[in-house]
Ligand binder design. Structure first.
Ligand code: MG
Length: 177
């Protein structure tokens, strides 16, 4: 017996963003990673533009779904409510687990494969809020750290694509093609 539930998009968006913020991640803190990633390539990049880009990534339903799913796993692991051996693997951020990274791939590729490069880079450097999420003293963030890295990577790719489009437009305007 299946019952069809219509879940309102606005409810999904609001819940995902609220949950992310409850876990200590603000839109601003993700935008800081975006600026860090892109300032070398997009010289006039402002924090406001980065914030706008993060918002537009967060507006995608697949991103909201990934956040709701991943954060839920983190919370259950923190409370010790998962079955063994999943409980121990997520609680200790076991390196062979990897499902946290797989979940985030849906976000990474939203704006093309350049996101993949950004994602790998961000994961290595653990910049800004990611450093805190990787510190075990502040709770279990096995999924959230990858989700945040993926959102920053996708928002950066979006900016890179837009920047290229603007450059091309400028070249076309001068007639020097
Ligand atoms: Mg992880």
């Amino acid at each position: 017996m299946s019952q069809t539930h219509r879940v309102l998009s606005e409810h999904v968006y609001n819940s995902a963003v609220a949950l992310m913020e409850q876990r200590g991640v603000t839109v601003d803190s993700i935008a800081e990673i975006v600026v860090f990633l892109q300032e070398k390539y997009v010289p006039n990049l402002t924090k406001e533009k980065a914030v706008e880009s993060v918002h537009s990534v967060l507006n995608k339903r697949e991103v909201q779904n990934a956040l709701l799913t991943g954060i839920q796993m983190d919370i259950l692991a923190e409370k010790g409510q998962l079955l063994s051996p999943l409980q121990e693997m997520i609680d200790s951020d076991e390196s062979l687990y990897g499902v946290d990274e797989v979940l985030s791939l849906a976000i990474v590729n939203l704006y093309g494969s350049i996101g993949f490069t950004n994602y790998g880079y961000v994961d290595k450097l653990k910049y800004g809020i990611l450093e805190r999420l990787n510190d075990k003293r502040y709770g279990v963030h096995t999924f959230l750290d990858d989700l945040v890295g993926a959102i920053a990577a996708a928002a950066s790719s979006r900016i890179a694509h837009r920047h290229r489009a603007e450059e091309e437009k400028a070249v076309l305007a001068t007639g020097q093609v």
